[in-house]
Every structure is written in structure tokens, then in C-alpha cells.
Design a protein around this ligand. Structure first.
Ligand code: GDP
Length: 297
């Protein structure tokens, strides 16, 4: 994750930290390179711009440039600013999954890793928070997707709602809700159908399911390798169905990483988890300071 960005920034900061004294021009020149590196990592232009502006303001004060270790101080300022961009001003609260049975709606485009992430998150809630979880696939168009969730459920020891052919997504959501209440589950997760593109039919269906389930959390799963596209998808889903958070998948790949950096600033929604592989344990809670550390290498 972030290899290229990390390399680029590493080089810029190596140079800065090796210099004994720093002028404002040195900082400005370095920030120009930082801006290019961010844009090449597919960070959105306004985010890159405001990032550089904010770091430059803080780093060109005489307290920094005249200090004994100006380079290190600039790196520290960049680190803190990265955290701010990644998570906003506050650390996110825990998932709202008290008051059982708490519905979690999983949305996203096909191929984003939604079904895998549903199962990973269910496993995490079961293992770490000792929650009883019920998963239901609402993908009525793709029986294989329903089977996939059932197989994953068996693997990780999490119940799935029995498949009843011919039901609509809304009917399945209603059945999941009833079953979750009757069966004493803490959480039920609705894995909605993915589509190749955002289309009206998909959005109408997701809205109808949302209205039935009244989810405590609506998590959008997006492919982290798709950079600004991932952010655009998030903006659209948020506008149409309202999302409470984002899961970025494929962050184990050596993609450009820009989605992570732009997501919060552009959509205002927190990144909750990152997917780091195909295995059921490859899901990490999003930790802005760890990610900032990785970016700075
Ligand atoms: P869906 O169509 O959105 O439900 O996507 P799937 O959950 O079926 O995932 C599509 C493919 O992406 C599968 O082969 C998954 O194993 C893989 N995948 C999902 N999340 C990750 C991840 O975080 N990292 C990697 N490397 N692969 C992932």
C-alpha cells in the first residue's frame, strides 16, 4: 500500500532532513514535489492543494525553519496533517451496533469485494466482540453470489439466512429482520446486490431495502485501487442512499492509494476498515496514524 507515494515523499524528506538549515524557499520547493506526488497517487486536486497549503503555512514559520532540526519538524507537520486528512478532526466512534438486532447494510458495486467484506466483518464482530451475527444475501440476480455468502458463512462459523428462491430483495430483508429478532442475533448484515455501474434500478432497490431495515450502519465497499473513482462512487452512493462509512478493499495491492487520502475530505464519511487480502482475517480497522506512518515510510 502506498509504495510509490511513500518512495516519493521519502526522497523529498530525506533531502530536507539532511539539510542543516531550511529556508522558506526550501520548504516551498519540497511542497511542490509533495503536491505532484499526491496527484500522481490519484489524490483529488482540491485535497492535494489544501494539504500543501496547510503544511506550508505551518512549516514556514521561523520556529520551524530556525530550529535545530527543521527537516524533522516538517516531516512531523506532514504526518499530523496526513492524519487530519485521513480521519477528519475527530477519531471515529465505534460502529453503532448496540440495541440488538442491529442491521448493517453493505452496499457497493459488483467486484468491489462486498461479499468477501461482509463475511470478514461478520467474523470480526463474532471473534472480537462476541456478537451473534446473521448474514443475508439480497443478490436476487446472481444465485452464485448467494451461494458464495453461504459458503463463506460455513467457513467462518456465521449463520446465513436460508435461501428462498423467487423472493425480492425487500422480502429477503424483511425475513432477515424477523429471523434476527426471533433468533436472538446481535447483528444482521444485508449484503445487497452489486451492479457494474450505479444505475437507478440498483439505487431504488437499495433505498427500498434501507427503508425496511432502517440500518444502524450503511457501509460502502469500494475498491481502493480505483483512486478517485472510488471517491466518486462514494459521493454518489451517499447522495442516493446515505452511507455511514466506507470500507476500502485491495489495500494490499500496490495501488496508488489516493482513495484513502481523498475519501474523508471529499465525502465527509469515515473510512472504517481496510481490506488487505482475500483471506477472512484480512480486514483491519482503519487507523489513520498507522496509515500516515506507512505513507511516510
Ligand atoms: P463483490 O462482487 O463485490 O461481492 O466482490 P467479492 O467479494 O466476490 O470479491 C471479488 C474478488 O476480490 C474476490 O476474489 C475476493 O477474494 C477479492 N477481494 C476482496 N477483498 C479483497 C482485498 O481486500 N484484497 C484482495 N487482494 N482481494 C480482495
Amino acid at each position: 500500500m502506498f509504495e510509490n507515494l511513500s518512495d516519493r515523499l521519502g526522497r523529498v524528506f530525506d533531502r530536507l532532513t539532511k539539510q542543516g538549515a531550511l529556508s522558506e524557499e526550501d520548504v516551498t520547493a519540497a511542497m511542490r514535489e509533495v503536491r505532484v506526488a499526491l496527484l500522481e497517487a490519484d489524490v483529488s486536486l482540491p485535497v492535494a492543494r489544501s494539504f500543501v497549503k496547510s503544511v506550508t503555512q505551518k512549516a514556514t514559520g521561523s520556529a520551524v525553519t530556525k530550529s535545530i532540526t527543521p527537516g524533522q519538524q516538517v516531516v512531523k507537520i506532514v504526518h499530523d496533517e496526513l492524519i487530519k486528512v485521513l480521519q477528519g478532526e475527530d477519531e471515529p466512534e465505534a460502529l453503532r451496533i448496540d440495541n440488538p438486532p442491529a442491521p448493517i447494510l453493505m452496499v457497493g458495486l459488483q467486484g468491489s469485494g462486498k461479499t468477501t467484506t461482509t463475511a470478514k466483518l461478520a467474523k470480526r464482530l463474532k471473534d472480537r466482540e462476541k456478537k451473534r451475527v446473521l448474514m443475508a444475501s439480497l443478490d436476487t440476480q446472481r444465485p452464485a453470489a448467494m451461494e458464495q455468502l453461504a459458503i463463506l458463512g460455513q467457513q467462518i462459523g456465521v449463520d446465513t439466512l436460508p435461501i428462498v428462491p423467487g423472493q425480492t430483495a425487500v422480502q429477503i430483508a424483511q425475513r432477515a429482520k424477523q429471523q434476527a429478532a426471533l433468533g436472538g442475533y446481535d447483528v444482521y448484515m444485508l449484503d445487497t446486490a452489486g451492479r457494474l455501474h450505479i444505475d437507478e434500478v440498483l439505487m431504488n432497490e437499495v433505498q427500498a431495502v434501507r427503508d425496511v431495515a432502517n440500518p444502524r450502519e450503511t457501509l460502502l465497499v469500494v475498491d481502493g485501487l480505483t483512486g478517485q473513482d472510488a471517491v466518486n462512487v462514494a459521493t454518489e452512493f451517499d447522495g442516493k442512499v446515505g452511507i455511514s462509512g466506507v470500507v476500502l478493499t485491495r489495500m494490499d495491492g500496490d495501488g496508488r492509494g489516493g482513495a484513502a487520502l481523498s475519501m474523508r475530505a471529499v465525502t465527509g464519511k469515515p473510512i472504517r476498515f481496510v481490506g488487505l487480502g482475500e483471506k477472512m482475517d484480512a480486514l483491519e480497522g482503519f487507523d489513520a496514524s498507522r496509515v500516515a506512518g506507512r505513507i511516510l515510510g
